[in-house]
Design a protein around this ligand. Structure first.
Ligand code: PEP
Length: 252
């Protein structure tokens, strides 16, 4: 993937309810992205729909992403989905450490393990970080730094360059309360400064950063042009084909 080309990933979360609707959504999304545009596009349906979505997008430029992965590769781990199973389905990206997974108990240690597993099996990990709330003293920066340093403990420079970091402030996810372009720009510079301390400047500059949190057609262009990140992780708007296409267009 060329680092200069933006990436837009649609996280369907636990939607839709039926295979038939998932199939239609994947097909409609694929139709909107038949030809190569100036952006990479991926969709992350629930694991139960990955195979069907994979069939629907195969003639388009849309890639497949998973919403999570097990830390285990096979064996007695009821209810989990392994990286090898994802690979076998043609999945190229895996979202790791989404705030909704962290709220369900996922730890930084599990995020470390999952990121390493994804990289080992040549999937691109999209590691989510983000603060629950903002405070006037700027303590949220310390929180973000801690999440980045946790990754820095286990990933080499070569590995972090292959990962994607999605900055998703929890207060902006699904709330309609988007970060401003200035907030996003400030965070881009902050993340790069932390990565520079952990690694070095060239490494920091080559890690792809995404913004996520109530991205919509109406705010995508300004967040992209002034926010300074290299794409978006989109939740709710990825379930609306036209909205998702408009967001992709805004970064293209
Ligand atoms: C998300 O779930 O990662 C997300 C950013 O959701 P939304 O776009 O709905 O805020």
């Amino acid at each position: 993937m060329k680092k200069t080309v933006p990436l837009v990933v649609g996280n369907w979360k636990l939607n839709p309810v039926t295979m038939s609707d998932a199939s239609d959504l994947a097909q409609a999304t694929a139709r909107k992205h038949r030809k190569t545009s100036d952006a990479y596009v991926a969709i992350a349906p629930p694991a139960t729909y990955l195979a069907e979505a994979g069939k629907k997008i195969c003639k388009s430029t849309v890639s497949l992403a998973a919403q999570d992965v097990s830390v285990n590769n096979m064996g007695a781990h009821t209810g989990e989905v392994s990286i090898m199973q994802l690979r076998d389905l043609g999945v190229e990206f895996v979202i790791i450490g989404h705030s909704e997974r962290r709220a369900a108990g996922e730890t930084n240690e599990e995020v470390q393990k999952k990121t390493l597993i994804a990289l080992k099996h040549r999937l691109v990990p999209i590691v989510c970080i983000g603060e629950r709330e903002r405070d006037d003293q700027g303590n949220f920066f310390t929180f973000i730094e801690k999440q980045l340093r946790s990754l820095g403990k286990v990933l080499t420079s070569a590995q972090i360059k292959k990962a994607v970091i999605a900055y998703e402030p929890i207060w902006a996810i699904g709330t309609g309360d988007t970060a401003t372009a200035d907030d996003v720009k400030e965070m881009q510079l902050f993340i790069e400064s932390v990565l520079t301390k952990i690694y070095d400047r060239p490494t920091a500059k080559s890690v792809r950063l995404l913004y996520g949190g109530s991205v919509k057609p109406g705010n995508a262009a300004i967040l992209h042009t002034e926010g300074g990140m290299k794409g978006f992780l989109v939740g709710g708007a990825s379930l609306k084909v036209d909205d998702f296409a408009a967001i992709v267009k805004a970064v293209s």
